[in-house]
Design a protein around this ligand. Structure first.
Ligand code: PEP
Ligand code: MG
Length: 594
C-alpha cells in the first residue's frame, strides 16, 4: 500500500495493488458485500448419533445440489454460459461419491458431527487444490470453499441466501464473489468488482469478464479499508484500486477510460479480419480453449480456429470420465463451428499440477517429472483409445488435428501411431463414420525433443511449442513456484535459442511449427516470434485483438532488426529491456506490459 502526497485537508490517496482480472476502468461508489460464515466448533458425538448425522450430511448435500441446479438456470439466463459452467462444476463435485464418502467416514470413524466433519474434509480438499501450481486448478479451491459453506449452513439450518441487492450502480467489494452472489446482487448495477482473494481465473474474474465490467482481484484486505458509498477508482488494466481519489485523479481516469473503450472497440472490429504484417505476411492467430462454449468468444475475435484445445477440463467436470460418445459430440461441435478453420485437440495432459480425482490419486516426489500426460495415457490404453476414437469421429470434415503433450522421444510417437491405427480399425469394425486422414503433431515442451527436433520432424505432421513447460524444463524453474518466479522467463536467451532451433528443424523438414504457450500471447514477445518465422500463434481469446493489432502494425524488417540485436545479448534482463524499448517506440499509446 503506498500513500501519495495530497492536500492536507483531504484524506490521502491510497493505492492498492492487486491482480488485473478484467480489463477496463471505472470511477464510482463502492458497495461492501460481506456474507457471514459460521465456522463450526469440533463436536464429538456418541455412537448413537452417527447414523443420524450421516443422513443429515446427505440431506444437506442434496439441498445444496438442488439450490445450485436452480441457480444454474438463473445464472445461464442472466450471466451466460461461461459463468453457469462454474456452477455445473460445483454440482459435479457434489456428485463425486468418493469425495462425499470421506466425510461420512469421518463422522463414522472419528465421531465428529456432520458440520465439523464437512469442515475438516472440505478444508483438506481446498488445501490440496491450493497447492497446485496451475492457476486454473488452484482457483477450484474456491469452488470447494463455497460448497463447504453451503453444506454447513444447510446442516446448521441457517439458510444459504442473504437478501442483498444493489439498488444503485456500484463497484462491488467482497472477499470473493461466486456466480450466485452476483446474480443476487442484481447484475445491471454492478459497475466493477474488487476482491480480497483470487487470481486471473478466479470466479470473480470469470464473472466480471462475462459481464464486461472491470475487476481487480487478490487485493488481500480491501474489505477492511473501504465502506459502502466510498468513491474509488478501479483500474482493471493495471490491477489497481485507488481510495480517496483526488478530483485530478478522477478526471485523469475518466479520460483514460474514454480512450481505452474507444481503442478496445476499434481493436475488436479490426480483429474480425485476417491478419497480415505491414509488409503483407499472413499470420494465423488461433485460440487456446478449455471448454466448448469458448468457441463463441473466439469467433467474436476472429481467431483462425483453435490452436490448442486442452481436454483436461472435460475430465475434471464430473466424477465419471467422459465417455467416447460424449467426447465425440464435444469435439465434433467445436470442429463444426470453426470449420473451415482447424481445431487442434490435445490428448489428455493430466499429472503435474493438473489432477483429476479418480484418475491419478497417488502423490509423487516430483510430479512434474513424473507420471503425467502422454506417459500416463499410454499406461491407460482404454481411456487413451476412447479419446483417439472420439477425435477421429470429429474429423469427418478433415479439419481436426491431434496434438500429443509432453513427448520426450521418438518411442512415444511410435506407440501412439500404433494406437491410432487400432482406433481406426475399431471404428471401421463398429461402422462409425470418421475422418481417416488426420495430422498428428507434438508439443515441444521438453528440451530432449528440441535437441532431437530434426529427427522427430520426420515422424510427425506439425510441432506446437508449449513455452509454459519448455521454460520450466529448460531453466529448471517450477512454473508455479512464486519463490523462483523471477527466474522464469521466456526471454531467457537459452529459451529463445530452443524456440529458434525448433522452428529451423520444422522448416528443414517442411512441417509447420506453431506456438501455443503463453509466449505467443505476450505482446512483447510477438515481434521476436515474427522475426523467427512463426506463421501460427495460438493464445487466449482475450488477448487476440491486441496480438492481431501488433502484427498489423509491424513489418518483418522491423522485427528482424530487433531480433538481430537480441541475438547478441546473453542476459535475460537485457533482452527484456530491449524488447520493452522496441515496444514503447512502436506502440507509445499502450500501457507497459510486465
Ligand atoms: C505449455 O506448456 O506451454 C502449454 C501450452 O501447455 P499447458 O500450459 O497446458 O501445460
Ligand atoms: Mg504444457
Amino acid at each position: 500500500m503506498k500513500k501519495p502526497k495530497g492536500d492536507p485537508a483531504l484524506p490521502d490517496e491510497v493505492v492498492l495493488e492487486g491482480v488485473a482480472a478484467s480489463s477496463g476502468m471505472i470511477v464510482g461508489p463502492c458497495f461492501l458485500y460481506l456474507e457471514p460464515f459460521w465456522q463450526p466448533e469440533p463436536r464429538v458425538i456418541p455412537e448413537g448419533e452417527v447414523a443420524g448425522q450421516i443422513v443429515l450430511f446427505q440431506q444437506s448435500v442434496d439441498k445444496a445440489r438442488q439450490e445450485l441446479t436452480h441457480s444454474f438456470q438463473n445464472t445461464l439466463e442472466q450471466l451466460g454460459k461461461d459463468v453457469a459452467e462454474i456452477l455445473e462444476m460445483q454440482i459435479a463435485f457434489l456428485e463425486d461419491r468418493i469425495f462425499l464418502q470421506e466425510v461420512e467416514d469421518t463422522i463414522e470413524k472419528k465421531h465428529y458431527d456432520a458440520a465439523y466433519a464437512t469442515f475438516l474434509i472440505f478444508r483438506q480438499k481446498k488445501e490440496y487444490f491450493l497447492q497446485m501450481s496451475n492457476e486454473y486448478f488452484r482457483e477450484r479451491a474456491f469452488d470447494i470453499q463455497h460448497l463447504k459453506e453451503m453444506i454447513i449452513k444447510n446442516i446448521l439450518g441457517r439458510g444459504t441466501n442473504i437478501a442483498v441487492s444493489l439498488s444503485k450502480p456500484a463497484i462491488v467489494i467482497a472477499n470473493t464473489l461466486s456466480p450466485s452472489d452476483t446474480v443476487q446482487l442484481f447484475r445491471q448495477h454492478v459497475l466493477g468488482m474488487a476482491t480480497n482473494k483470487g487470481g486471473k481465473t478466479s470466479h470473480t474474474a470469470i464473472v466480471a469478464r462475462s459481464l464486461g465490467v472491470p475487476a481487480v482481484v487478490g487485493l488481500k484486505k480491501i474489505t477492511e479499508v473501504v465502506k459502502t458509498g466510498d468513491i474509488i477508482v478501479l483500474d482493471g488494466n493495471e490491477g489497481r484500486v485507488i481510495l480517496n481519489p483526488t478530483a485530478e485523479t478522477i478526471a485523469r481516469y475518466k479520460e483514460q477510460q474514454r480512450i481505452f473503450s474507444t481503442r478496445e472497440e476499434r481493436l475488436l472490429k479490426e480483429s474480425a479480419y485476417e491478419t497480415r504484417t505491414k509488409d503483407g505476411k499472413r499470420i494465423h492467430v488461433q485460440a487456446n480453449i478449455e471448454f466448448e462454449h469458448e468457441v463463441q468468444q473466439l469467433l467474436k475475435v476472429g481467431a483462425d480456429g483453435v490452436g490448442l484445445f486442452r481436454t483436461e477440463g472435460l475430465f475434471m467436470k464430473s466424477a465419471d470420465l467422459p465417455s467416447e460418445a460424449e467426447q465425440a459430440t464435444i469435439y465434433s461441435n467445436i470442429a463444426r463451428q470453426v470449420y473451415p478453420n482447424k481445431v487442434v485437440i490435445r490428448t489428455l495432459d493430466i499429472g503435474g499440477d493438473k489432477m483429476v480425482a479418480g484418475l491419478i490419486n497417488t502423490k509423487e516426489e516430483n510430479p512434474f517429472l513424473g507420471w503425467r500426460a502422454i506417459r500416463f495415457w499410454l499406461d491407460h490404453k482404454t481411456g487413451f483409445l476412447a479419446q483417439l476414437k472420439a477425435i477421429l469421429q470429429a474429423n469427418t470434415r478433415g479439419n481436426v488435428q491431434i496434438l500429443l503433450p509432453m513427448i520426450s522421444g521418438l518411442g512415444e510417437i511410435f506407440q501412439v501411431r500404433e494406437l491410432l491405427e487400432e482406433a481406426r480399425e475399431t471404428l471401421r469394425k463398429e461402422g462409425k463414420p470418421f475422418g481417416e486422414s488426420i495430422d498428428l503433431g507434438i508439443m515441444i515442451e521438453i528440451p530432449s525433443v528440441v535437441v532431437m527436433a530434426d529427427i522427430l520432424a520426420r515422424e510427425v505432421d506439425f510441432f506446437s511449442i508449449g513455452t509454459n513447460d519448455l521454460v520450466q524444463y529448460t531453466l529448471a524453474v517450477d512454473r508455479g513456484n512464486e519463490k523462483v518466479a523471477n527466474l522464469y522467463s521466456h526471454f531467457h536467451p537459452a529459451v529463445l535459442r530452443m524456440v529458434k532451433m525448433t522452428i529451423d528443424a520444422g522448416r528443414q523438414a517442411n512441417i509447420p511449427v506453431g506456438m501455443c504457450g503463453e509466449m505467443a500471447g505476450d505482446p512483447l514477445a510477438v515481434p521476436i516470434l515474427l522475426a523467427m518465422g512463426f506463421e501460427n500463434l495460438s493464445a487466449s481469446h482475450a488477448v487476440i485483438p491486441e496480438i492481431k493489432n501488433i502484427i498489423r502494425e509491424l513489418s518483418l524488417s522491423d522485427c528482424r532488426a530487433l531480433y538481430e540485436q537480441i541475438c547478441r545479448i546473453n542476459i535475460t534482463s537485457e533482452v527484456i529491456r530491449v524488447v520493452r524499448d522496441f515496444y514503447r517506440e512502436h506502440f507509445p499509446e499502450l500501457p507497459e506490459e510486465e
